[in-house]
Design a protein around this ligand. Sequence first.
Ligand SMILES: [Zn+2]
Length: 424
Amino acid sequence: MRLAVLLLAAVSASAQLDIDSQLADEIARIKAIDNHAHPVRPTFGNDKDTDFDALPVDSMEAYTEPVRTRAGSPLVPEADRALFGATRDVRARKQQLLQEKRESYANWVLDQLGIETMLANRVAMGPGLASPRFLWVPFEDAFMYPLNNGGLAAKNSDRKTFFADEERLLKRYLKECGLAAPPATLDLYLQKVVSPTLERHKRGGAVAVKFEAAYLRPLQFADVPRSEAARIYAGAHSLPAPEADYRRLQDFLLRFIASECGRLGLAVHFHAAAGAGGYFDVAGANPLLLEPLFDDPKLRSVNFAMLHGGWPFTHQLTPLLSKPNAYADFSQQTFVNYPRAVSEVIREWLEYAPEKVLFATDAYPFSDEMGWEEAGWVANSTGRQALGLALTEMMHDGEITRERAVELARMVLRDNARKLYKLN
Ligand SMILES: [Zn+2]
């Protein structure tokens, strides 16, 4: 009995295909466009970069980390060997490279990964992260929280930090508009703060905007009349708004921002997947909750990208790709999950709507050991492997030719993003 079980296991293991080697070579050569990442600005002396995320996840209550990203993960030394060579002191080697390359250090990292262009999801850009290698994706959640956030922040310690971060960012945006506090009426808030900031982001080189809303509330945004939103906004300057009313105002603001993005030609990115932390509301991050937004005729010309591909709701996400304005990337899955699991997701999407699938790394500075460089390396190699596995299986099952497999690889790694963001 035991032998039979072992034999069966051996058969099913060998039935899994390895990546077609010719295809793997082609995939390795394609210069990618990375749909979502958090590159760190090269800094010197006492300068420190804190703009790589609006809601940094380094001060959360303890939770059970996925195996691949835990401290001591073998993926980190593997990434370091590939990026920095055989050295005992990775930190010293990084410093040495940083001093050598100076402002071109981040470009050098992209070169090591075969990434031509990285969409940089950051509060602000800065020296060392220049276009065309890095394209800006600023954060807009802060606009949705102009009222008293005490009740929302009190829910748990992670949210307390997040709302403090959002309030700080809104202050920064207000200050950039010459204001110390939100204006008294919604009309003035939209005219004097929200629209001018979005326009400034566009002028600053933004190609898309990002919502981390899933860390703060569910991704269901009702279509709320402006008059109702205006009443809630104005009333709450004397008394804190009840939570249900405040959420209606947030819903209005999200849709207003999305329609402004349509006017300005900016795509709208959502974190749509499970996220970091033990309090993260996984059910509230299901991309199906975004469907009414995609289906709003007023927002049909706005392109939406579901970052991290809705994991673990990747299957439910698939039919959403038939909306003309909906896209998905497989970032984050590529460092949390193994290549085989990611390949199954990619295959399902490629069999359905290959024009809508985007490569991305979510390269993020998780810790001193797992910097954005290492995270980028892990996600880039797992992502290319997963893509290779998916295409090999599709070829093996007679669904596509080798030529089509190469074409699909180019679409996922760069051509789909080039069209979406109108890049050369
Ligand atoms: Zn991210």
